[in-house]
Design a protein around this ligand. Structure first.
Ligand code: SF4
Ligand code: SF4
Length: 133
């Protein structure tokens, strides 16, 4: 499973090409799940599919460059035994992690999940479960 890390930029760091530099220095590919910047700083949630050692190296590089890094240790599970494919969760999912396949079966691509938790209370049969570890 891809690891997800949340980067917090201070106002001073926002203008620096830190993400591009870390990509260049590590050779890793980052999937940006969301990014939000204001005058007071910014946040980027990254999904990284790579060996642990390489992800750890990237985290270290971000920290050295003055970016706060927090690893998101959560997991979401869709219980296909319980799911009745009602679709109630689909429109709530902001990242496309919940989707319908060609047979209209509701599926979950956890690598796209930003753990907003919006889907969990929407499910009438409690098929979606979020856990922290
Ligand atoms: S927590 Fe649920 S609604 Fe939010 S991104 Fe993940 S799957 Fe989608
Ligand atoms: S709300 Fe629950 S039952 Fe309905 S499609 Fe989503 S996971 Fe399945």
């Amino acid at each position: 499973m891809a690891r997800k890390i949340l980067l917090n930029y201070s106002a001073e760091r926002v203008q620096e090409p830190i993400l591009a530099t870390v990509i260049k220095e590590t050779g890793l590919t980052f999937n940006i799940l969301y990014a939000e910047f204001t005058g007071r700083g910014g946040e980027i949630l990254l999904s990284i599919e790579a060996p642990d050692q390489e992800v750890d190296k990237a985290i270290e590089l971000f920290r050295k460059k003055g970016v706060e890094v927090r690893e998101i240790k959560r997991a979401i599970h869709l219980d296909r035994e319980l799911c009745i494919d009602c679709g109630a969760c689909l429109s709530l999912c902001p990242s496309g992690a919940l989707f319908q396949d060609k047979d209209n079966t509701v599926m979950l691509d956890e690598d796209k999940c930003v753990y907003c938790e919006l889907c969990v209370p929407s499910c009438p049969v409690k098929a979606l479960e979020l856990s922290r570890f």
